[in-house]
Design a binder for this molecule. Structure first.
Ligand code: NAD
Length: 264
């Protein structure tokens, strides 16, 4: 829909994977769509090579985009990222936080540093991010914050307890933020994706048996494509969602609605 992001400026944390020709994350796809809709974008990430390459392509295509190094667990780096947005574009109206990392072991097996990092990137990241962007959004007369959680917020597994716990915490934090920032016309929502083909899951997708098990576990019988999840992010970021705040958008192909296959 052309023009739906006219006049909007977005900070996309964890959106570095946006290069044409490479597998894109859903933040990367959302960044391109915001630009095509008339908006301006600053991408922040740890992966500087991917981020610089992505924004160069965006600029080569005539769009207004910048990259800034951003570790979402660092308060000073959030302050620098917001300063970059304001100095380049003058205002801030959208923030999407997609930064994520995963613990791949059981509660007893996982090492404590991995647990701590997973909780820190999700939960400290969202907290510092909302604190950092709220003043500029308030000054702009409002804004939209979209935090990327996961269907793991609704399900437990034999691994990834830090991931699931931190993602569940994110959905409740978003409600707190929606309540506290609503009077300033700042909306806060979460997206809960199911299994999606992105750089985050590239290694997992190489395991054909595990991929097929997941296909059969999803009522729609397939993984999501990244653009299908980006559509949800874009809806919540846009004015089309002007009365949506404090909500969870579950985009999991029906997975969490299902007990799983019965015994034949
Ligand atoms: N792909 C899936 O199946 C899936 C499903 C549910 C949720 N998610 C979540 O969606 C988000 C986006 O992932 P994606 O699948 O588009 O892949 P992605 O790899 O494109 O995005 C994740 C990004 O987070 C960045 N990152 C990691 N730690 C960071 C930090 N401390 N500070 C800043 N950036 C950091 C990575 O460099 C990467 O660019 C992640 O949080 C992921 O957990 C993914």
């Amino acid at each position: 829909m052309s023009g739906r992001f006219e006049g909007k400026v977005a900070l996309i944390a964890g959106g570095a994977h946006a290069s044409k020709g490479d597998l894109m994350g859903f933040g990367g796809i959302a960044a391109w769509e915001i630009l095509k809709g008339g908006g301006k974008v600053v991408i922040g990430d740890l992966d500087d090579d991917a981020g610089e390459k992505s924004v160069q392509q965006m600029r080569d295509d005539g769009f207004e985009a910048h990259y800034v190094h951003l570790d979402v667990t660092d308060e000073a780096q959030w302050a620098s990222a917001v300063s970059k947005v304001i100095s380049e574009f003058g205002s801030l109206s959208i923030m999407v936080n997609l930064a994520g990392t995963l613990d791949r072991d059981s509660i007893e097996g996982v090492d404590i540093d991995t647990w701590r990092l997973t909780m820190e990137v999700t939960n400290m990241g969202m907290f510092l991010g909302v604190r950092a962007v709220a003043p500029s959004m308030r000054e702009a007369g409002g804004g939209s914050i979209v935090l990327i959680s996961s269907m793991a917020a609704k399900l437990a597994s034999d691994y990834g307890s830090a991931y699931a716990t931190s993602r569940a915490g994110m959905t409740h934090f978003a409600r707190s933020a929606a309540v506290q920032l609503g009077p300033d016309n700042i909306r806060v929502n979460t997206v809960l994706p199911g299994w999606t083909i992105t750089p985050f899951t590239a290694a997992l997708l190489e395991d054909k048996k595990a991929t097929e098990w997941r296909n059969n576990r999803v009522p729609l019988r397939r993984w999501a494509n990244a653009d299908e999840i980006a559509n949800g992010i874009l809806f919540l970021a846009s004015d089309e969602a002007s009365y949506v705040s404090g909500s969870e958008l579950l985009m999991d192909g029906g997975t969490t609605a299902w007990w799983g296959p019965g015994p034949d």
